[in-house]
Design a protein around this ligand. Sequence first.
Ligand code: BGC
Length: 720
Amino acid sequence: MSHSILDEVFFAALIVLTEALPPLTWNAAYAKADAMLAKMTNDEKYLLMHGIGWYNVPIIDEGPLKAWWFAGNTPPIPRLGIPSLNMQDAAQGFRDAWRENAGLATCWPSLLALAATWNVETARKYAEALGDEYRAKGANFILGPSVNVHRSAFAGRNFEYLSGEDPFLGARLTEAYVQGVQSRGVASVVKHWIFNNQETNRRSESNTVDDKTAWELYFPPFQAAVDAGVSAVMCAYNKIDGVYSCANEKYLGILKKTIGFRGFVQSDWYATHAISVREGLDQEMPGTDYYTPEALRTVNTSLIDSSARRILAAMYRMRLFNTTKCSAPAKEWLMKDVTSEAHTALAKQVAAESIVLLKNANEVLPITNASIKRIAVVGSPSSSAASDPWGPFHWFPDGDYYSGGGSGHVTAAHLVTPLDGIRQRAAAAGIEVIAEPSDDIRRVKAAAAQADLTIVVVATTSREAEDRSTLNLDNNANALIDAIAAEVSNVVVIVQAPGAVLMPWRASVQAIGLMFLGGQETGSAWASVLFGDTSPTGRLPIMLPATDADAITTSKSANVEYSEGMATSYRNPNFTAAFPFGHGLSYSEFDYSNAEVQPCGEASKGPSLCLSLSVRNSGKRPASTVAQLYLQYPASAGYPAPLLKGFQQTGPLSAGASVTVTFRLSERDLSYYSLASGAWALAAGPSVAHIGESSRDIRTSLPITLGPNITRASEATIVV
Ligand code: BGC
C-alpha cells in the first residue's frame, strides 16, 4: 500500500470507541517514545511542540479560535500514525465554544463546588464522567484540573480551583480527579503552574514567594497530580521573581527534577514570550508564535528531542495512539450530544453534596414541618437564566450563577433554576410556592408576608481575567435580606457564589446554605437539601471572612510579595471568620470519642502514624459528617496554626450509629519544609492532633510527642 492509502485508512472517519485501558507505566511509554523519536524528522518533532487552531492576533486579549477547532490542537502526523492532540477546557465540563453545541455536554458543578464535597470518591466519579464526555467528543486531553490554592478571596478564578484554600484538601482531590479522568483514556493537564493567584495584571505581575510557603502551601496539589501520573502541566501567565512562568528555569526545574514530573510542560495561551525550550517549556500553545520551525531550528537538537520525547511519552502512556482518531476542525465530533440521564443524576448528586449548610437555627430546615403550607421564593437569582453563550466574545463568555466566566465556562442549557427545583419538590410535598423572582423590596416583602417561610435566593459570580472588586452579593442583596428579616421570622437564605462572600446579615436569618456555582442541576440540588431528601454534607473549602479585612486582597503592584507566608485563610490567627474553614452542618449531631494513635503502615514506606476515633450520630436523623484532623506541629515546624492533615466522610449513619474513622499520616504529613536546610525534615517534639467538625470546632484533642528517632513505622517512638 502506498503512503497515501495508508493515510486514508488511518484517518478513516470513525473508529469505534473502545474501553479505556489503564495508562502504561512511564518507563514503558518512554521506551515507545524513543522508538518513535528515532523515526521522526526534526520538522515532525516541531509539530508536537506548537499548538494550532487560533488566529494569532496578539493585540486581542483572548482569541479568536478557528471554527470547530478544539481549544488546543496539534496536527496529526499521518506518516507515523501520530494522532492529533485535541484539548478542551475544563472547569465545569466540556467547553461549548459554539452556539450550536451549547447543551450537548453536561454543565457540572464548578471545581470549587466539588472541593466543598470534601469527598475523594465523589471527585473520582465526577472526573470519570467528565472523562467519558471528553472521549465521546473526540478530545484526548482535558485542560484541567485547575488546582491553585487560593491566596486571595477576591481572585476571579477561585471557582475553578479544586484546592480551595488548603493544600492537603487540594492534593487529595486532585489525585482522585487526575486518576479518574485518565482512567477513561483522556489525558489530564494540571494548571496553572505556579503562583497564578490573581487575575489583576495577570500577564505581567510577578510573585515572590519563599521556598517554605511554596513547598507547603502552593506546590502540594501539583505534586499530587504528578504522583497520580498527570500527563501535562500548564505554565501560567504570571512571572515569578521577575521571570515569566513559562520561561522560568528555576520553577520548571523544580517541577521536572524535584517534584519528578515526567510529562510535558505546555504554555497557557499567549503565555510564551520567547523560545524557552532550554528553560523547560516543551509546547507553546496559541496566541503567540515563538515555536515556529525556523526558530526551533536554532535550538540544540538534544533539547528538541527531550521536549518531543516528553510529549510522545505522555501520549503513549495514555494510549492515545490507539483511541479515537479525530482531528480538528471536527464539527461532527463537537456536535455530539454526550449528555445522559446518568450524568444529569450525578451532576445533581454532586451539587447537592457540595451544599454547605452554614446555619440552621431552631431546625428550620429541612422543610418537613406540617405547619409550613406556603413558601415564598424571592430574589432575582431564583429564576436567573444562564448567560448567553453567544456574546461578542463567545469563546470567553461571562459568568452566571451556575458557571463562572472565561475559558472554563459551560452553558447551563438544561438548567433547573432554584425556583424550578423548589417549586417541583414543594408540589410533591403539597406546599404552595409564592414566587417573587425580583429584588424589589416592596414586592418581596409582600410575598414574604403571605408565607410561612421565605427562601431568599442571592448570588454573585466571577470570571477569568478579572478579579472581584467586592465580596458582596449582586443586586443589593444585603439590603434585601435585611428588609425581609426585619419583617418576617422564618427566613432561609440560599447563596450561589464563585468563592467567599460577606454575610453581614447572618445573625438575623434562621438558616443559610451556600453552593459554589453548582451547574445545571443547581435548583434540584437545593430542593433535595432544603426538603431533607439529602442531609447536607458539604464543608467550606475556604474561610468565609467576617469583613474584607479578613482576607488577602489582590494586588496592583508589579511585584506581589507573599509576605504573609502560610498565614492565609484559617492559618491566619488574626483573621475573623464569619464561618470557618471546614464548617458545615448536617441535619444531625455527632460525638467524637476514644481517639488513639499508633504507628502504622509498611516499614519500607517510612514512618507513618494512624489516628483513629469513634464518630457517633448522636442526633435524631440519619446523616453523615466529615471528620477533620488538624495537626498542631512542634514549634520547630514554624507554622502559624494547626494544619489540615486528614479528612474523612463517615458515610450515612443512622441515629445512634457509630463508625471508626482512621486518619493515616504519611512521612510527608509528619514533616515540614525547613528553610534552614532547604529540605523536608521529620517533625520532632510535642504536638497535638485536633479532631473535629471544622478548623474552629474541635471536638477532641490528643497530645502526641513525635519522637526524634522515627525512622521506621515499626520502630516509631510516638508517645501518646
Ligand atoms: C486560560 C487557560 C485555558 C486556556 C485555553 C486561558 O485563557 O488561562 O486556563 O486552558 O485559555 O482556553
